[in-house]
Design a protein around this ligand. Structure first.
Ligand code: DHB
Ligand code: MG
Length: 201
């Protein structure tokens, strides 16, 4: 088993299950033309976010770290609002912790789903902030917690240390019940953390 197999399997299932989509392809092309790194989630994970948002009957989704907006489009499509997609997305530029403070001050309805995919060293602070903006039953997804096994490698880099602080905190947090799923495919070997807000049982 190697990366070629993982990629071929991903490509196979994507072809069967995820129709090619002009809007998503345009977003990828625009991001590449703008010189953004191609580190957006793969289609399979975008679709997973979409399915989670649908399953949540999400009306409000919060994404931290938008890059070229690829996952943003997947998430926005799951919103129940019938408006055009632009009307479903409110973009805030700047340090995410500032945006969190603004959202707290705005006292809006809780978010049904939060996807965290920004600078990795702040992940714990982002999850803690997300917890204040969600409700029992909300889901929090954190991308890139495995990073080719960096989380258990020695010596550990700053991102891996941050993942370990995150895992230790989440594991002890009575308001969260969480798991990590490892992934392979066109983006290599990685994984995401999925947490539900609310007691474990
Ligand atoms: C990187 C960031 C990501 O969010 C990702 O999914 C893959 C790689 C990075 O910073 O290298
Ligand atoms: Mg990511």
């Amino acid at each position: 088993m190697n990366e070629t197999t993982w990629s071929n399997v991903e490509t196979y299932f994507d072809a069967e299950l995820i129709p090619s989509d002009a809007t998503l392809n345009d977003a990828l092309r625009a991001a590449a033309a703008a010189g953004l790194p191609a580190i957006q989630v793969p289609p399979s994970q975008g679709k997973l976010l979409y399915l989670l948002a649908l399953a949540q009957r999400s009306e409000r989704v919060l994404e931290i770290g938008t890059l070229g907006g690829y996952s943003t489009l997947w998430l926005a499509r799951a919103n129940f609002a019938r408006a055009g997609i632009d009307d479903r997305i409110e973009l805030r530029l700047g340090p995410a912790l500032d945006s969190f403070a603004e959202l707290r001050a705005a006292k809006g309805a809780p978010f049904d789903l939060v996807f965290i995919d920004a600078d990795k060293v702040n992940n714990l602070a982002y999850v803690q902030a997300a917890l204040e903006l969600t409700r029992e039953g909300s889901l929090i997804v954190v991308d890139n917690v495995v990073r080719e096994g960096a989380v258990v490698a020695e010596p550990r880099d700053a991102s891996a240390d941050a993942v370990r602080r995150l895992a230790e905190w989440v594991g002890k947090e009575p308001r969260l019940s969480a798991t990590v799923i490892q992934t392979v495919g066109t983006k290599g070997y990685d994984g995401f953390l999925l947490a539900r807000v609310g007691p474990a049982s």
